[in-house]
Design a protein around this ligand. Structure first.
Ligand SMILES: [Zn+2]
Ligand SMILES: [Zn+2]
Length: 268
């Protein structure tokens, strides 16, 4: 079956997107998707070089509710969140996700020690290899602080921004720091996200890369969510047929969608 739900996308509720929410929905309907979930950014202590990834929750829920009504019968729409896991803010975020009626919650790691790998200065003080390994170690440490989320967003996303991107990156090279992350997700019943934006950025790989997904499967991992991380309508469901073929090749049979934080497995 084609993948017909996109569970990672942004609109103008996120600081780095100008897309009207309705424009994202119109595009999803035109693509024939059955479901989509807005997963707007919320990060605290954003580095001063970049935007402030705040989220106006008081406006967000009513607006997406209104759109859910308007497009009822055409497409299932979710109100989700992509929050940035950081050590000092675990209590805040875990309280937030429990006290708001999100359909779906992505936990992502965007900043390490308050710095964003998106900016080249992040790589000035350490080698690319150290930076990548530190990223995976930090993800693993954060998982202990954040029991409440549905899927781990774009594991290995840091390779989008390294000086050599993924030229010298492989699962095998970082197996000792990636395996603990995968094992934690599996033992805690969390999903691993397959984020197709890596294909859009020319990495030739999803995030995480194919060999990481292969290892997840080998360790017994079955729970996946799939998202494009689109910030504009034209990137919705980006390369989903490529993702589908890869997942079938890797012997995955289902992907997972969420409504009111309840998981539903859909056949690939
Ligand atoms: Zn992200
Ligand atoms: Zn995102």
């Amino acid at each position: 079956m084609p993948i017909c739900h996109d569970f990672h996308l942004h609109s103008s509720f996120s600081a780095d997107s100008d897309a009207a929410p309705a424009s994202m929905i119109e595009r999803a309907v035109a693509l024939g998707l059955n479901g989509m979930c807005f997963t707007e950014h919320l990060d605290l202590d954003c580095p001063p070089e970049g935007p402030d990834f705040a989220l106006d929750l008081d406006a967000y829920f009513p607006e997406i509710d209104r759109l859910k009504q308007r497009y009822r019968g055409q497409i299932r729409i979710g109100t989700g969140l992509e929050f940035g896991m950081q050590r000092p803010h675990a209590a805040y975020f875990q309280g937030l996700v429990r006290s708001h009626p999100f359909d779906f919650v992505i936990g992502s790691v965007h900043f390490i020690d308050g710095k964003d790998p998106y900016y080249p200065s992040f790589f000035e003080k350490k080698s690319e290899e150290e930076a990548y390994a530190d990223y995976f170690r930090e993800v693993r440490a954060l998982l202990d602080l954040y029991p409440d989320f549905d899927t781990l967003g774009h594991l290995d996303y840091i390779v989008r921004y390294g000086p050599n991107q993924n030229r010298f990156y492989s699962y095998a090279r970082y197996a000792d720091v990636i395996d603990p992350v995968l094992r934690h997700l599996i033992s805690h019943g969390k999903c691993l996200e397959v984020n197709s934006a890596g294909l859009k950025y020319g990495l030739g790989e999803t995030n995480p890369a194919r060999d990481v997904l292969r290892r997840y499967r080998e360790l017994g991992g079955e729970l996946l969510t799939v998202g494009s991380d689109a910030h504009a309508p034209e990137h919705l469901a980006y390369d989903f047929p490529v993702v589908l073929n890869m997942l079938l090749d890797l012997d995955f049979h289902y992907y997972t969608v969420f409504s009111e934080r309840n998981a539903e497995m859909l056949r690939l």
